[in-house]
Write a protein that binds this ligand. Structure first.
Ligand SMILES: [Zn+2]
Length: 150
């Protein structure tokens, strides 16, 4: 199945392809302060595919705490749509179905997640294992967002 959504103003668009139903896949609510402030509800499927359709000028990258991922926020409307890790052909993301208003994934029982005990290496490993292979329609966005992390 292919699902799609966008930020509030429509400049950042994401599609998500998976063989699982929304119920089979489940939705997660990371309990970190950033995610709770945004009311984020996230999904990922390591066997699925995400395409993020956005121009580099419309997306802001936010990094915090361990600085091991880029949180993509619309510069126009402020909605957080996805967290992204990796580079080149090995980009992975988890997408925020609440921010993207992917209605098929809303109203499902949420699974609260706490990742605060992880160190940076464990966090990166988990994301590469669990997050969704991701492609950007704007290659400059992928390039500028996913250089070496400081
Ligand atoms: Zn927007």
């Amino acid at each position: 199945m292919l699902y799609s959504g966008s930020c509030h103003c429509g400049k950042l668009i994401a599609s998500f392809e998976t063989r699982k139903t929304p119920q089979e896949l489940g939705v997660r609510t990371c309990q970190c302060d950033f995610c709770r402030r945004h009311g984020a509800v996230n999904i990922s499927d390591p066997y699925g595919a995400v395409v993020i359709d956005a121009a580099e000028r419309d997306a802001h990258r936010y990094r915090f705490a361990l600085r091991t991922a880029d949180f993509l926020i619309c510069k126009e409307c402020g909605v957080y749509i996805a967290a992204v890790i990796g580079a080149g052909e090995a980009i992975r993301s988890t997408i925020n179905v609440a921010g993207l208003r992917m209605k098929e994934f809303l109203g499902i029982e949420e699974q609260p997640m706490r990742y605060g005990a992880e160190d940076a290496a464990a966090r990166v490993d988990r994301r590469h294992e669990k997050w969704t292979p991701t492609r950007f329609t704007d290659p400059t966005l992928a390039k500028s967002f996913f250089g070496p992390h400081p």
